[in-house]
Write a protein that binds this ligand. Structure first.
Ligand code: FES
Ligand code: FES
Length: 159
């Protein structure tokens, strides 16, 4: 890390397999840094309170609410955002199951679903429900999302 001035530092982040440089303050959230400094706007800004999951990203493969994570704490750690899952079968599966309406919550759900499929591909209904509770959707009523997540896990288990 190189001191830029008393309030800001120039640091590098490892996002979606690429290295990005950004000027940050120690209090900047990861969500702010991704969206404003790096132009990665897929993680959505909503409650900024840890309640909705629209800002979900993976840090070291673990789902995190980027609105509650300090950017400075993620320096040197692999970060994956929805942009890193562009074109993944999970996106198609969500579309096929009508699990998207306005789409605002969708990046968070897809990132979280990706983590579930990687870590617990044989998750049962209760585990799926518990895992996805960190994300809120105000449109779909959740049934379509649950069906999409189950389909993603089935595909994972058959591959
Ligand atoms: S914006 Fe981060 S949890 Fe809602
Ligand atoms: S699709 Fe609109 S909030 Fe989930």
């Amino acid at each position: 890390m190189r001191a830029h001035d008393t309030a800001k530092s120039v640091v590098q982040f490892h996002v979606n397999g690429e290295t990005h440089e950004a000027v940050i303050r120690s209090a900047d959230t990861l969500l702010h840094t991704l969206r404003v400094q790096l132009g990665l706007t897929g993680a959505k800004k909503s409650c900024e309170n840890g309640d909705c999951g629209a800002c979900t990203v993976l840090v070291n493969d673990q789902p995190m609410h980027a609105c509650l994570s300090l950017a400075i704490e993620t320096i040197g750690q692999p970060i994956k955002t929805i942009e890193g899952l562009m074109g993944s079968p999970i996106q198609e599966t969500f579309v096929d199951h009508w699990a998207i309406q306005c789409g605002y919550c969708t990046p968070g759900f897809i990132v979280n679903c990706h983590a579930l499929a990687e870590q617990h591909p044989q998750a049962d209904d209760n585990t799926i429900e518990d895992w996805m509770q960190s994300n809120l959707c105000r449109c779909t009523g959740y049934q379509e999302i649950k069906e999409a997540v189950k389909a993603v896990l089935n595909q994972k288990n058959q591959s």
